[in-house]
Every structure is written in C-alpha cells, then in structure tokens.
Design a protein around this ligand. Structure first.
Ligand code: AMP
Ligand code: GLY
Length: 420
C-alpha cells in the first residue's frame, strides 16, 4: 500500500537532538510539513520554527489543534516534567513521550533506584540523604571515589564523582546546604567501573522497540578529563557491546523496567534511555532518562533506514515495528562555547558551515541582526562524520570541524577513543 505524504508533525525543543529528529522526519515519505517549537537557526532550514517555548503547553496545544498536527515528538525533559504528554492526550493529540508521572524514572533518582531494587535490575547499591551531617558521615567512612547525585533535574550537572574527600564534602555542601539545584535529596552510590554506553528504546507499555546503540563522552576535555557536561560527542554503533551483552541489557534492564512501570501503575510510553556501564559482572544501570539522549540521538537517527514517521506512529499506536539501521558508522563532535559547562558568552560569529558537504546539527545557535550565524548556548553545534568504519567517520568529522571558524569554540579530538 502506498501511503500519502500528507502528515504534519511538531517537534518540541531546540537543541541538536531536536535537529536530528527534524532531520529524520525530513527523510520520511509520510511527512509533508515539519514544525519545531522553538527550534534554532539550523533547524529553521529544515522546519518551520515557531516562537513558542517548549514548556508553553497551552500555546503548543492550541497550535497543534489549529493546524491538525498528526504527531508530536518531545525533546527536552522540562516539557515532559510539566505534563505535556498528559495534556496532549487529553485533547486526543498523538504524542511520543511519557506522562508526568512516568517521567519520574528520570526526574527522581530515588524512584528509579527503588524500582530497580524491587525488580532486580542490575545497578549500583545506594543510600539516600536529605541532611548534610549524616550524608558526610557516610561518605567519609567509605572508600573513594564517592558518587554523589542530586535527586532531581539538574541539566546533567547534578552528579559528582569525587576523587578526594574535600571534593565530596564540597559537593554535599553545595547540594544539601547551599541548595545549588533546589531542595532535593542526595543519592550516594557505589562506584562502578567500565566503559559506558547508551541504550535507547522506544516504549509503549510492555512493548519495547530498541534503537541502535551509542556512546556519549560526558567529560569536557580529551582523555575524559575535566567536569561533566551534557555530552561532548558520541558515536554509533558501539563495537565493544557484543550482541550477547546487548541482548542481556535489553532483557534484564530495558524490558524489565518497561514491565515494572506497567506493574507499578505508571505505564511508560516514549523514549526510555538507559545510561549503562559494562562492568566485570555485566551491564548495569548508571541512570535512566525519559527522553532521547543528547548527543546520542544525533548519531543514532542518521543510521535509521526505516521511515521515522512510520516507526514513531507504530510505537504510539502500540503496533509491531522493526526499525532497520544501516551498517555504517556515525560519529559526532560537539563544538561548545569556551567556558562550558561553566559560564560562557554568547554571540560569537560562526563561519565555514556552508563550505563543502557537511552534516551539522545545531545545538545552540541563532542569527544576529546582520543575519550572521552566532553562538547562543553552551553546546553550539555538533559536526557529524559518516563512514564505513568508525575510524573513517572520525576522520571525516575531524576534517569538517577543522574548517569551522569561530574564536569562541572548543571541542574534543578523541571522540570514539574507547573503540578506535
Ligand atoms: P549520570 O548523570 O547519572 O549519568 O552521571 C554522570 C556520569 O557520572 C556518568 O556518565 C558516569 O561517568 C558517572 N557516574 C555516575 N554514577 C556512577 C557510578 N555509580 N559509578 C561510576 N561512575 C558513575
Ligand atoms: N547524553 C546524555 C543525556 O542525554 O542525558
């Protein structure tokens, strides 16, 4: 059956992940029109950007109803945590994402940990604290490194892996006494060792549709040094994860958690992102997210050869679908504003994006009054290399990065080092 190319989609968000989602929809045989709210300067080349913020749910609903949007995909957790999915569903609008209640798998580390313990999902053992004194007493009596996590949304910055007791004390002080991220609790867990990888699945209740694997690079500088960031680069596939390990991860982690959410009465629909670590005892969970990973999505979706609209529609409707992936490698390097993940300036002109045949996802860009492309965020652009091997993808990405001119950007040269 030949389907008409008549669907209208709305992508909510503005970063590189949303650019990759827009790009995947732009390759669909079903999609006639793509809107993105609010989008950014790069997304504007592939979608109509709307001056509506990702958390202005009233305005998004009015727009979706007025335009007859067939399917909405949500990028950022903030919109999910505000209940965008509950509200869209109430109006009969088709949307990919978890309800506000189910988003707790990401927004509450304590909820996620309790669920994993109850359903025997492999993860580090942990304790929860809401007061500084007992937390510090506990940490100072245990071996280093200490893993200290703020229990709430902290834009990827609420985790400290402290190598000294001084560092641990500073982290606990800022989270529990100075309330740097708000008035949440702190989870302290055992330190796990091994390479990390990201396993994202689309989920509808007990139905789990795995995506291709990726690996993120969370530290700011080469050699995995420096502070944790939202992610400085990624690649897919991940050769050190064998098919057997992938299957174990799917069965004992992703599928088990999807089933557990149904059994707990908080059925999950949307993207279940497992941040996993391959320890000597097998894969274990570092964290869950309730949304597409950023920057993983930017290297996973380009490898999808199935129609993205068909895929997401099948998931939201709970129908069977087996996504197909090309056997190429995709590697992306993030170019971030100097100073990120700390404070940084905006408004530096970026040149060289148009030269040659480059694939670039915009993370934080805008146009200035003269129409120049300028930096407008911490992570600014992600430059993608594709090839038959990871080494080739890496070479192409580095070459493309080298031709981008901006005096206020830095990047890592060693993305993919675990597999190259
Ligand atoms: P998260 O935001 O929970 O993904 O944590 C950020 C980073 O901290 C992870 O990507 C890991 O590198 C590190 N990390 C978090 N939890 C642990 C753990 N239990 N053991 C070792 N490293 C961890
Ligand atoms: N790349 C990690 C995240 O999306 O949280």
């Amino acid at each position: 059956m030949i389907m008409a190319k008549d669907k209208k989609v709305l992508v909510v968000g503005s970063g590189g992940r949303c650019h990759a989602i827009v790009d995947a929809f732009s390759r669909s045989e079903r999609v006639e029109k793509i809107y993105c709210a609010p989008g950014n300067a790069g997304i504007a080349e592939q979608a109509e950007c709307l001056p509506i913020s990702a958390t202005d749910i009233d305005a998004l609903i009015s727009f979706a109803l007025e335009k007859g949007i067939d399917l909405t995909v949500v990028g950022p957790e903030a919109a999910l945590a505000e209940g965008i999915v509950d509200r869209f569903r109430d109006k009969g609008l088709r949307i990919l994402g978890p309800t506000r209640e189910a988003t707790r798998i990401e927004s509450s580390k304590e909820f996620a940990k309790e669920l994993m313990m109850k359903y025997d999902v492999p993860t580090a053992s942990y304790k929860v604290f809401s007061e500084f004194d007992p937390a510090w007493e506990y940490v100072s009596s245990r071996p280093l490194p200490a893993v200290i996590k703020y229990d709430g949304l902290a834009a990827g910055k609420g985790v400290v892996v402290a190598l000294t007791y001084d560092e641990a004390e500073t982290a606990l002080r800022s989270m529990l006494l100075d309330k740097e991220f708000g008035s949440g609790k702190v989870v302290i867990e055992d330190f796990l060792e091994g390479p990390e990888f990201s396993f994202m699945c689309l989920v509808n209740g007990r139905k789990v549709y795995p995506l291709a694997l990726a690996q993120d690079h969370k530290r700011a500088f080469d050699g995995d040094k420096g502070p944790n960031t939202g992610g400085m680069g990624a690649y897919s596939p991940v050769p050190f994860v064998t098919e057997e390990i992938r299957k174990t991860s799917l069965d004992t982690i992703l599928q088990r958690v999807a089933d557990a959410m149904v059994d707990e009465g908080v059925e999950f629909t949307g993207v279940l992102y497992g941040g996993l670590i391959l320890t000597k005892e097998g894969p274990k969970v570092i964290e869950f997210n309730a949304r597409f990973g950023d920057p993983e999505t930017e290297v996973v979706l380009p490898r999808l050869t199935s129609d993205f609209y068909d895929f997401v529609e099948a998931v939201v409707d709970g129908r069977p679908f087996e996504p197909e992936w090309n056997d190429k490698a995709c590697l992306g390097i993030v170019m971030a504003a100097k100073g990120y993940p700390g404070s940084y300036s905006k408004g530096s002109v970026i040149k060289g994006l148009e030269d040659g045949d480059k694939k670039v996802f915009h993370m934080g860009t805008s146009l200035d009054a003269e129409g120049n492309l300028v930096t407008a965020g911490g992570r600014v652009i992600m430059v993608i290399g594709e090839g038959d091997t990871l080494a080739e993808a890496n070479e192409k990405a580095l070459e493309a990065v080298g031709s981008i001119k901006c005096d206020n950007l830095f990047f890592r040269r060693d993305i993919g080092h675990w597999s190259l």
